[in-house]
Each structure stands twice: as C-alpha cells, then as structure tokens.
Design a binder for this molecule. Structure first.
Ligand code: NAP
Ligand code: GLV
Length: 309
C-alpha cells in the first residue's frame, strides 16, 4: 500500500482525496484525522511540519509543500534522504502575476498618496507618467518572478530582473549576482521582491538596499516578511528615499494590533493573499509529481535542500 498523507485544511483534503481516487487510484490519499497505518505513508503534503508526525513516518520519501515557498517547513525535522518539493501550479502563478500588476499600477499612479489625501479631505493632482516611462525591477527570476515580469511588460513598463545566476528573458534587461545588484537597483523605480527566504536573503530589504534605489522609489514585497527590516523601511519612508510600499507579507503574520504598518499612509498592506494555491489546479500538479516520484523521475519544483529553495 502506498499512501499520501495530507495535513491542514480538511475541506481541501476531501477534495484532493476524490481527485486521487479518480486519477491515481493506486495511491491512497489520507487526511490527518484518518491517517491509517503510518508505515504506508511515502508522501507528506503540508504547509508546516510537526516533528512528532515526521518521526512516526518510517517510509517517508517526499515532503510536498502546499505553497510555492518552503521556508515555513522546518528542514531540521526532515531526515536527510527525504526530498522536498515546492508547489508549482497555475493558480499561484496567475494570482501572483495579477497581484504584482495591481500593486505596480497602484504605486505607478500614486494610489497610497491619493488614499491618504482622500482621508484628509485634500485634492491635489500629481504629475502623471506613462507605464513606458517607469522602470520596474523584479528580484527573483523563478516561476513567480518571470510570470510577474510578463504581466508588467504587457502593461508597457520598462522591466529589469535580478537573480543569483541571471536569466535570458526577452524584453527584460537581466542582471546577475552581487556584482550587478547595484546597477539593477539604481534603475529600479519600483522594486518587486520575489526571492525565496533563505539564510542569504533574510533581511535583504534593508537600509543599504533602499539607499541604492533611485530617490522616491516604491517597494512591493510579495515574498516573505522575513526579507524586510521593518525599521529601515519606516526610516526610508520618513526620509523620502522611498515614496511608498505595498506589503503582502509580514513577520509575524498577522501583524500585532497597533503595528505602524496598519496605519502608515504610505503603506498598502494585504494579508498574504498575493499568490494563492488553487485547490482545483494544485491537486493535478501534486498527482503529476507523485507519479514522477513513483517512476523515479525528477519532480517539478524539487528543492535543493543545501541552498534552501
Ligand atoms: P523560485 O522559482 O524558486 O525562484 C527563486 C528565484 O530567486 C530564482 O531566480 C533564484 O535565482 C533567485 N534567488 C534565490 N536566492 C537568491 C539570492 N541569494 N540572490 C539572488 N537571487 C536569488 O521561486 P518562486 O516560485 O518564484 O517563489 C518565490 C517566493 O515567492 C517563494 O519562495 C515564496 O516565499 C514567495 N511566495 C509568496 C506568496 C504570497 O502570497 N505572498 C505566494 C507564493 C510564493 P537562481 O535562478 O539563480 O537560482
Ligand atoms: C505562499 O506564500 C506560498 O508560498 O505559496
């Protein structure tokens, strides 16, 4: 008997159970309330991990993240031979690209400023630029960074991209590594963060980085709250080095009551909804990967555990 064990949202578990029964009946899909014999479980599907549960799964081969990120999985709990896979599926990719487009247009057209103005009963139009007169830089050129760039190009923005190893993307000027970071940042009037959260990227959105952006730049953080040094953002907004920010993620989530981000006039905050795993599409990505694992083939989105993404 080969089993998948799903932890988390019960409604999603039941829907995915039905899909496995239809499309991969040789694998039993079990939900955490009804896990059955744990020695059968080769595949675990989870958002976060439980050390006791992991220790009770002697046949575990693969941990599948329910989301695109894997930083929320405590890898120290996962035995060395177990593979870890992030979720790549059209629902997350499409919703993320749409959110980034929305946030980019909001900053491009000065929406935080006008919302604050409306609350204050003021009426003061600002100069208007075309999208083709605005440069947006995306950090992280993986699944979500590239999809977001495609939407930004379709809107007419001048686009730049940066990642560890660089990329070749038609219509986007790409930069690679620390050596080219300064040139990339210096031209990014709006900066989008789509890096994974790793030891190398924690706290990356900090004073030093903000100082290398053009004065009055905008920031969009749709990756993880741990990328951002909050005090540095508040200072950069106060000094005018940054004009405004859209934040979809925070640390911790939710932010505590009274946190300055809740009421800051130059910050638009959303509750981690930029890229959302769609149950209906994600289950097919999962089934395809379980088939690959059973056939001994490489899976889509397999994480290099040594680098953390
Ligand atoms: P991905 O496909 O793994 O791409 C990661 C990209 O980041 C790659 O281009 C990689 O460069 C680059 N990178 C990693 N470490 C780097 C470093 N130290 N310096 C420079 N570049 C680095 O990831 P993804 O699927 O696009 O997802 C990105 C992140 O989005 C996730 O990890 C998650 O945190 C976040 N996310 C947020 C939401 C939300 O709702 N807010 C939803 C989904 C995902 P190389 O190609 O050179 O390795
Ligand atoms: C959400 O944040 C994800 O990682 O999919």
């Amino acid at each position: 008997m080969i089993a998948v064990l799903h932890t988390g949202d019960a409604e999603r578990g039941l829907l995915w159970q039905a899909q496995f029964a239809e499309h991969l009946p040789e694998v039993q899909f079990r939900c955490s309330g009804d896990a059955g014999a744990l020695k059968d479980v080769r595949y675990l599907v989870a958002w976060t991990l439980d050390a006791g549960l992991i220790a009770s799964l002697p046949s575990l081969e693969v941990v599948f993240s329910i989301g695109a990120g894997v930083d929320q999985l405590d890898m120290s709990m996962v035995p060395p031979g177990v593979r870890v896979v992030r979720m790549i599926e059209s629902g997350i990719t499409t919703t993320m690209a749409e959110y980034v487009a929305m946030a980019a247009l909001a900053l491009h057209r000065d929406l935080p400023f006008y919302l604050a103005q409306q609350r204050a009963g003021l009426w003061s139009p600002q100069p208007v630029l075309l999208c083709s007169e605005r440069s947006i830089g995306v950090m992280g050129l993986g699944e979500l960074g590239q999809a977001s760039l495609e939407k930004l190009r379709a809107l007419g923005f001048r686009t730049l991209g940066w990642s560890r190893s660089g990329a070749n993307i038609e219509g986007t000027r790409c930069f690679a590594g620390q050596g080219e970071l300064g040139a990339f940042l210096g031209q990014s009037q709006i900066l989008v963060n789509l890096l994974p959260l790793t030891d190398d990227t924690r706290g990356f959105l900090c004073r030093d980085l903000f100082d290398r952006l053009p004065q009055g730049a905008g920031l969009i953080n749709v990756a993880r709250g741990g990328h951002l040094i909050e005090a540095d953002l508040l200072d950069a907004l106060a000094s005018g080095q940054l004009r405004h920010a859209v934040l979809d993620v925070a640390d911790p989530e939710p932010l505590p009551e009274g946190h300055p981000f809740h009421s800051h006039p130059a910050i638009m905050l959303t509750p981690h909804v930029a890229g959302v795993t769609r149950r209906e599409t994600a289950v097919h990505a999962l089934i395809a990967n379980v088939r690959r694992a059973m056939a001994g083939e490489p899976m889509h989105g397999e994480v290099d555990r040594s680098r953390g993404y």
